[in-house]
Design a protein around this ligand. Structure first.
Ligand code: SF4
Length: 356
């Protein structure tokens, strides 16, 4: 039996007509691209902000945040001068809050530079900029010949080349297809080429039911010819973990008890959520939940049941202990605090359902 080659072998370059593929892709992009605020009247700042916001997030979700952001922080200098709490508050609901802090840190470093970096390598020196973001920013803003490779591009290339091997995860697939993306890159229009690849993956070569009949690459696409586009790329299934949490709804004099996560938290650092029952062992918890909520983050499923609870009258106010992270949020204070997106939504929903 011949052995399956390991999935780290460099990919063969696209079959012969790469110039024709580039031309078809570019013509399609110029005719069909979505008119997005960071593409119309583009600027380096708009490109950077949009690339940070678009990491792990759909275009439709980003649009509203992008408009608000540009109004409040119109350029690198305005962002650099802002307080971190203001920056994170404006990001509230967009998720992956580390991006907001890194974008803020990037602006602070950027304003100290004598000139904007122009190459992908130089952009990678700045906070929060990985290979994908560096290639996107430097190619779009400066015409640097750096190919972007993300999940969308992997999908297009896997299908175009008819690559059937299985990858252990997305990073292995990105590594594998990077030489093919470099070979296909249109060095005379790298910014538009990269945006065309991303746009094709997002709107035509979609995860399910790709629209091959309108695809500019269909003439060369191996997967479409074999009728197996829906099956590619092949990524090993991720194990989903399940976490169940009991959240407490504790009110006192019109204020709701919240818990601010420590600055050292890997996720949602300094953001407020309803307190976890484990953090208040003395609380008297009602058995029937007010609501049961589910949310998925990457491959983790969280099931959170929210229960009304009270604290024993003789218990000292737990919010007085600064190290507890607990705080009482009156409605006015609540509006100023930054909550994780789902918790803000749940609190508002429950307040409407259970007015005092
Ligand atoms: Fe994707 Fe179909 Fe285009 Fe091939 S022809 S790249 S499968 S949309």
């Amino acid at each position: 039996m011949p052995k399956t080659p390991p999935n780290t072998t460099p990919q063969r370059t696209p079959p012969a007509p790469a110039p024709a593929q580039r031309a078809a892709l570019l013509a399609w992009y110029r005719a069909h691209r979505r008119r997005l605020p960071w593409r119309e009247a583009p600027s380096l700042y708009k490109t950077v902000v949009s690339e940070f916001m678009l990491q792990q997030t759909q275009v439709e979700t980003v649009l509203h945040y992008f408009a608000r952001w540009l109004k409040k922080f119109p350029d690198f200098a305005a962002l650099a001068a802002a307080r971190e709490a203001e920056v994170v508050k404006l990001w509230e609901g967009l998720g992956y809050y580390r991006r907001a802090r890194l974008l803020h840190a990037l602006a602070r470093e950027f304003v100290r530079l004598p000139a904007p970096p122009r190459t992908a390598e130089a952009w990678r020196e700045l906070p929060g900029v990985g290979p994908y973001t560096a290639a996107a920013i430097s190619s779009i803003a400066f015409g640097a010949p750096a190919a972007v490779v993300d999940g969308n591009v992997v999908r297009v290339l896997a299908r175009l080349l008819g690559e059937r091997r299985q990858f252990k995860d997305g990073s292995a697939a990105v590594k594998f297809f990077t030489p093919a993306a470099d070979a296909l890159l249109d060095a005379t229009n790298p910014g538009d080429h990269n945006q065309a690849m991303m746009e094709l993956g997002a709107t035509v070569c979609t995860r399910r039911h790709p629209l091959c009949t309108v695809c500019p690459l269909v003439t060369w696409c191996v997967a479409a010819a074999r009728g197996e586009a829906d099956d590619l790329p092949r990524l090993a299934a991720k194990k989903t973990t399940r976490t169940e949490l009991v959240r407490l709804w504790i009110e006192r004099d019109g204020a709701l008890l919240l818990h601010r996560r420590p600055a050292s938290s890997r996720r949602l650092a300094k953001l407020c959520e309803l307190p976890d029952a484990a953090s208040l062992p003395a609380a008297k918890i009602e058995k029937k939940p007010l609501a049961v909520k589910r949310r998925t983050i990457a491959n983790q499923l969280f099931i959170e049941s929210i229960h009304r609870a009270t604290l024993p009258a003789n218990l000292p106010d737990p919010a007085k202990d600064a190290s507890s992270g607990l705080l009482w949020a009156t409605p006015a204070r609540h509006a100023r605090l930054t909550l994780s997106g789902p918790h803000r939504q749940w609190v508002e929903e429950l307040r409407k359902m259970n007015p005092e």
